[in-house]
Design a protein around this ligand. Structure first.
Ligand SMILES: Nc1ncnc2c1ncn2[C@@H]1O[C@H](COP(=O)(O)OP(=O)(O)O)[C@@H](O)[C@H]1O
Ligand SMILES: [Mg+2]
Length: 330
């Protein structure tokens, strides 16, 4: 079987056998190649992998924000509380997007409009999504800014995005995303643009908000340090496939898949007070116009066998709840 089942555990989101292509002038980019995972209530689920592996496309598909054309969802289901979001009319989607499911995008500045004050943007978003008066929306906005620890929130409401630091802007974006109390927050590289100390503050903030508000988080990152700090379970993604999926502790400890092993070797090593160079995985993520046949990782895999060049491996449950897509474990 090629699907991930987690028995009787309650699911908030279930992505099932998702396929997405992009029809470009150069040809068909086979970006998402049968991706399945689910997210439980109250958990932080991380999607990790190098740039170009399909993390953002997967996230955007959940909110039906794939630009069409060139993108096309070719198959699969995205079940949110049992409702297939790929089947409902666009009008119904408005009840999910920004309300039940909200998203922090990879490019933090694109979420804030430079020509409006932070207050106007927050109030607008809240009034639009929650059908409350401007006055109530203002009070909710103020509370959210305090919650994400923006100092002097009342004054902050009157300022423009450029008057804040990068870290503060990201706090404001988080406030906006959480203002309507979503069941699922999708955070696409929420700390990548920030420096290390600010990253740590944002991670602590998200952990705290998640605990207090009970929001599930789909956390997208290529930073394994962030994964270790935040997530309950992890899916490792390579070239449009999930190659390993399990609890964060088992993933960190066992690293069954050669790609997972490669990613973990790329963690920076701290020694004698200075950061040593990353050990990178040789080669690069393939151009998905021409995905390698068989296992998409085979051209970079140190353990490559004949079968890997011909047959796509199935997802195998190696331990309860721990899945690996690799011919080494057949
Ligand atoms: N609009 C698009 N047109 C063509 N190809 C795209 C488009 N958006 C994404 N892709 C392709 O989909 C693949 C996955 O991209 P993405 O999800 O952004 O990767 P990640 O977020 O993991 O870095 C890449 O090969 C990328 O080139
Ligand atoms: Mg991305």
């Amino acid at each position: 079987m090629d699907t991930v089942s987690t028995g009787d555990i309650e699911k908030l989101l279930r992505v099932n056998e998702l396929y997405i292509n992009f029809y470009t002038y150069e040809g068909v980019v086979k970006a998402i190649d049968g991706v399945s995972f689910d997210i439980h209530p109250n958990e932080t689920f991380a999607l990790v992998g190098e740039t170009g592996c399909g993390k953002s496309v997967t996230a955007r598909a959940i909110l039906r924000l794939i630009p069409t054309p060139p993108g096309k969802i070719e198959g699969g289901e995205i079940l949110f509380n049992g409702v297939d979001l790929l089947k409902i009319p666009e009008k119904e989607m408005l009840e999910y997007r920004g309300k039940k499911i909200s998203m922090i995008f990879q490019e933090p500045m694109t979420s804030l409009n430079p020509v409006f004050t932070v207050g106007d943007q927050l109030v607008e978003t809240i009034a639009l999504n929650q059908k409350v008066s401007k006055e109530e929306a203002y009070n909710i906005a103020l509370k959210m800014l305090e919650r994400v620890r923006i100092p002097d929130a009342e004054n902050a409401m009157t300022k423009y995005p450029h008057e804040f630091s990068g870290g503060q802007r990201q706090r404001i974006v988080i406030a906006m995303a959480l203002s309507c109390n979503p069941s699922l927050l999708i955070a696409d590289e929420p700390t990548t643009a920030l420096d290390v100390t600010v990253q740590a503050q944002i991670i602590n903030l998200m952990n705290e908000l998640q605990k207090n508000m009970g929001t599930s988080i789909l956390l997208i990152t290529h930073d394994l340090g962030v994964v270790a700090e935040m997530s309950d379970r992890v899916a490792v993604m390579y070239a449009g496939n999930i190659v390993e999926l399990g609890t964060t502790s088992v993933i960190f400890e066992k690293r069954y898949h050669p790609y997972t092993q490669g990613l973990f070797n790329a963690i920076p090593v701290f020694g004698k007070g200075k950061q040593t160079r990353l050990e990178e995985i040789p080669g690069s993520v393939p151009n998905l116009l021409y995905p390698p046949p068989g296992c998409r990782f085979h051209p970079r895999c140190p353990h490559v066998m004949d079968i890997c060049r011909k047959e796509k491996p199935e997802l195998i449950e190696l331990e309860p709840g721990h899945y690996v897509r690799c011919h080494l474990y057949r």
